[in-house]
Every structure is written in structure tokens, then in C-alpha cells.
Design a protein around this ligand. Structure first.
Ligand code: FPP
Length: 265
């Protein structure tokens, strides 16, 4: 049987795509985009040149994911720690890059039928960046394709802190804490990602074996794929390679594998 290759894939991507099972794509892919600084250092360029080059990787990854029908993609663009621990000049550059990205890439997002959303403490970002973010989100709100979520000023621990505070606030305004019963579903309903399925596949570039405070709750059963490729060199074909590897793994969710190869959970 011949697999129908989606329009727009290049030759290498098409070669990888035909090896995939299109019915078993991850429902949500999350990516820790790492290695911009190392990419720049290897070229004797300033770190920010690596961030600038990272935009092409974002474009290629988003386009390919949308083309093959991945329902949700989340990119870790900027952590709460980045905000505190990097020189001001670098965070300012990243904010400028984000502002320009949102404007320049909007036509690509529209063409790809992508709906843009955000997770993180947006209210702490510069006002003009927040406005541009709102503008791009609203412009894509009616698109029906892939949900692209940018994690900006995001930290998984702050997300859990915000969720707990929210749960307590809602309970108090509904008559008090005596009747509050906390379970996993309630916590999930108060996370920034409440509208998204948990990630099935979590990719980290540039070889580091860490979660770095990214989606700690949601990644409980995610398959983790670490590639030595530095983020500025990552392209749609690398995404397809990661999905192929994901499809080779057995997912067990803490249970046993069924005789037919499916997992019992
Ligand atoms: C990590 O590389 C990357 C970041 C902190 C920023 C990610 C930003 C981009 C990819 C740019 C564009 C993205 C959008 C959505 C506009 P690093 O600096 O930690 O690399 P290093 O570990 O090699 O130093």
C-alpha cells in the first residue's frame, strides 16, 4: 500500500514520512529548544546570533508538524529562569526577536492553519510584547489546524504554584475550604495546559538530559527523545526522525505490555 505524502514536504522529509504510521502520530509534541549559544560559539559569533538562527528552526519545525497533522506542538522559548539568570541585553534581544517573529511569521502560521497560544507568566513580560502576543493569538484564533503553544516566561513549578493558588481562590469564593477535595483531575484543570492533551513525545536538542522545569506534571508518561543536533540546525526532518523513534518504543504507562503489543493502562 502507498502512503499518501502530505503536500509541501521536501524529499528527505517525504522519505521519512513514508516510514511512519500516520495513525499513531503523537497527539502533542513538546520541544526544549536548546543549543543556540553553542551553535553561535562554534562559529565565533555572539550568543544572540544563535537565537536569531533559531527562528528558521522554529519555522521549519512548525510547518512540518502542521503539514503532517500533529494536533499540538509546544515550544519552550523562554523560561522563568532565563528571565532572571541571563544578561539583560540577551533577554531584551529575545523579547525583540519574539516581537518580530510574531509579526513576520503570522502569514506562515495562517497558511499552515495554526492556532497560536501561550503558557507562562505573560503578565511579567514587557507590555508591548504582551500586546503583540495578544494580536497574533487573536489573528489565528479561528484556525482549525495545529495548536502551537509558545512557553514564554514559563516554569513548571510556577505553573503548579499558580494552579494551587487558583484552586484555593476558587474554593474560598465558593464558600470555603472545608469542602475542597483535591484530586489529579482538579489540578490538571488548573494548569496552563488544561486545554491540551499531555505530551506523548518530549524532544530536547543539543544533547542535555534534563527537563529544566518544563511541563513536569504533563510529561509524566512522555517518551523523551534527546538529539545532539543544536537547535539552530534542527529542521522538519529531525522532527520526523524523532517521531519514527517514538513509534518504535513500547508505551506502558506503568502497566504491562499486552500480548498484541498494545499497553494495558
Ligand atoms: C536555548 O539556547 C534557547 C533559548 C533560551 C531561546 C529559544 C529561542 C529561540 C529558539 C528563538 C526564537 C523563538 C521564537 C519562538 C521566536 P541556549 O542559549 O540556552 O543555548 P546554549 O545552551 O548552547 O547556551
Amino acid at each position: 500500500m502507498h502512503t499518501q505524502v502530505p503536500e509541501g514536504l521536501d524529499r528527505r522529509e517525504a522519505e521519512l514520512y513514508v516510514k511512519l504510521d500516520p495513525k499513531r502520530l503523537p497527539r502533542h509534541i513538546a520541544i526544549i529548544m536548546d543549543g543556540n549559544g553553542r551553535w553561535a560559539r562554534k562559529r565565533h559569533m555572539p550568543r544572540v546570533a544563535g537565537h536569531r538562527a533559531g527562528v528558521a528552526a522554529v519555522r521549519s519545525t512548525v510547518e512540518t508538524a502542521a503539514r503532517i497533522g500533529v494536533p499540538a506542538l509546544t515550544l519552550y522559548a523562554f523560561s522563568v529562569e532565563n528571565w532572571k539568570l541571563r544578561p539583560r541585553s540577551e533577554t531584551e534581544f529575545l523579547m525583540g526577536l519574539l516581537r518580530r517573529y510574531l509579526k513576520k511569521e503570522l502569514p506562515t502560521l495562517q497558511r499552515s492553519n495554526v492556532r497560536l497560544e501561550y503558557i507562562g507568566r505573560k503578565q511579567e513580560l514587557p507590555q508591548d510584547v504582551q500586546e503583540r502576543m495578544g494580536w497574533a493569538r487573536d489573528a489565528t484564533a479561528e484556525n482549525s489546524g495545529m495548536r502551537l503553544t509558545l512557553a514564554l516566561n514559563y516554569g513548571a513549578r510556577s505553573e503548579l504554584v499558580d494552579a494551587v493558588n487558583d484552586i484555593v481562590r476558587v474554593a474560598i469564593s465558593n464558600g470555603g475550604l472545608e469542602h475542597l477535595r483535591v484530586d489529579e483531575h482538579l489540578i490538571q484543570q488548573h494548569l496552563y495546559t488544561r486545554h491540551l492533551p499531555d505530551p506523548d513525545l518530549l524532544i530536547r536538542t543539543s544533547g542535555e538530559m534534563r527537563l529544566s522545569n518544563f511541563l513536569l506534571w504533563q510529561a509524566a508518561y512522555a517518551e523523551i527523545y534527546v538529539t545532539p543536533t543544536l537547535w539552530p540546525e534542527f529542521r522538519g526532518r529531525h522532527l520526523l526522525e524523532a517521531i519514527l523513534e517514538y513509534q518504535k518504543r513500547e508505551r506502558r504507562y506503568g502497566g504491562l505490555l499486552e500480548p498484541d503489543g498494545s499497553s494495558a493502562h
